[in-house]
Design a protein around this ligand. Structure first.
Ligand SMILES: Cc1ncc(COP(=O)(O)O)c(C=O)c1O
Length: 405
């Protein structure tokens, strides 16, 4: 490098390090919060924001829910970490709860969504390897999906923006078009082991799979002896009005990845599986230092107790139906600006004709937080216990911003 160019680069690097020593993969957001309560976030200077982003579908019970604070602080005063060299009561308990409420027979705990996905991928490969069919190692994913940021997860979703410069050669994944069963069938070959999909796509734009499509996928899997894995990292844990979204379709997977809302803000992930699949991960084949740690388990158990309650789930559905209907009215009233509403429960998307990022910025100016998603859309992901008054406040802000466009 030319000497002056080199010193200029060094100067820029030093200057940016002076303001932030963080890697710049998240850019440099300026908005910062000091504390939160329920559906609201507060800045140090006293500004109040209505939070319909909820840490991207993470704070399922809102900010600083008293039951979660109690669970976390009680555990924090007792025991933080021992590792999986020793039995952890909280992980036994949460695994039993997840098994009780789902298709699964066994659970592996980790710390994030992408780790839960990775566990599922490893289980799929090991399952066929153990059967003497190690050549069956390819997994089919759908277009516009998102499964996390590990090398395997980006290879599965194959989003070019996420993959560029990271993947070399064939990583063992194929892609089919979302919702197109012929496209999926066309990808099945003698090395195919499994299909992974999000019952409700999140990052790619809020899209619910059709019941008939999901049934056809399950039938294809049965016919070709393929495993079916659901990624419910975003749409799981009551977000769509059932504990897991797949339960509304009546179609069970062999493996399911869950995270985000399960910890209500505390990092936790879990991979759920049938006994047959779980047996592929015999002692020593997989692990996580922090997975299933007492703090995460204390919070996870408290979250599951709240969100698996039938009245709680009914409220999510009622709030979701109300919000969706009101958003539909907004679309009709502002058809030059908005295209459509999608989603289910409290996982709703607004496809825009205007620039979605600009809408998000203007909503933020009016103290409402929402999240961008693919397909030039915004996502509304309020706390699952959001009140009718808070829904109305958000709708009022959106309506005001659109009216002044
Ligand atoms: C559907 C889906 N899968 C996987 C992930 C990755 O989860 P994490 O960021 O916790 O690793 C996400 C995160 O947004 C997600 O939405």
């Amino acid at each position: 490098m030319h000497a002056t160019m080199q010193s200029a680069t060094l100067l820029i690097t030093r200057e940016s390090v002076m303001t932030s020593a963080l890697m710049q993969n998240y850019g440099s957001p300026e908005l910062e919060f000091d504390h939160g309560k329920g559906s609201y976030l507060f800045t140090r200077s006293g500004e109040t924001y209505l939070d319909f982003a909820m840490g991207i579908a993470v704070n399922s019970l809102g900010h600083c829910h008293p039951v979660l604070i109690d669970a976390l602080t009680t555990q924090a005063n007792k025991l933080w970490h021992t590792s999986n060299l020793y039995r952890i009561e909280g992980s036994e308990k949460l695994a039993k709860q997840l098994v009780k409420h789902t298709f699964a027979d066994r659970v592996f705990f980790c710390n994030s969504g992408t780790e839960a996905i990775e566990c599922g991928f490893k289980m799929i490969r090991r399952h066929f390897y153990n059967k003497g069919q190690g050549q069956r190692n390819r997994i089919i994913a759908l277009s516009n999906s998102f499964h996390g940021r590990t090398l395997a997860a980006i290879a599965a979703a194959a989003n070019p923006v996420h993959c560029e410069g990271f993947l070399h050669g064939d990583a063992g994944f194929d892609q089919a078009e979302f919702g197109n069963i012929q496209s999926l069938e066309g990808q099945i070959g003698e090395n195919t082991a499994a299909v992974i999909l999000e019952p409700v796509q999140g990052e790619g734009g809020i899209r619910v799979v059709e019941q008939s499509y999901l049934k056809a996928v399950k039938d294809l899997c049965t016919r070709h002896d393929l495993l079916l894995m659901f990624d419910e990292v975003q749409c799981g844990v009551a977000r769509t009005g059932s504990l897991y979204a797949y339960q509304q379709f009546g179609i069970s997977p062999d493996i399911l990845a869950t995270a985000k809302g399960l910890g209500g803000g505390f990092p936790i992930g879990a991979c759920l599986a049938t006994e047959e699949l779980a047996s592929a991960l015999s002692a020593g084949t997989h692990g996580s230092t922090f997975g299933g740690n007492p703090l995460a388990m204390a919070v996870g158990n408290a979250v599951i107790e709240q969100v698996s309650d039938e009245n709680f789930l009914k409220n999510v559905r009622t709030s979701g139906d109300y919000l969706k209907a009101q958003l539909q009215t907004l679309v009709s009233n502002h058809s030059a600006l908005l295209k459509s509403v999608s989603g289910t429960g409290l996982m709703l998307g607004l496809a825009c004709k205007i620039e979605a990022s600009e809408l998000i910025a203007r909503l933020q100016n009016e103290k409402l937080l929402v999240v961008k998603a693919g397909g030039n859309s915004i996502r509304l992901l309020p706390a699952l216990n959001v009140s009718r008054a808070e829904l109305d406040s958000a709708l009022e802000i959106i309506s005001k911003v659109l009216s002044h466009w």
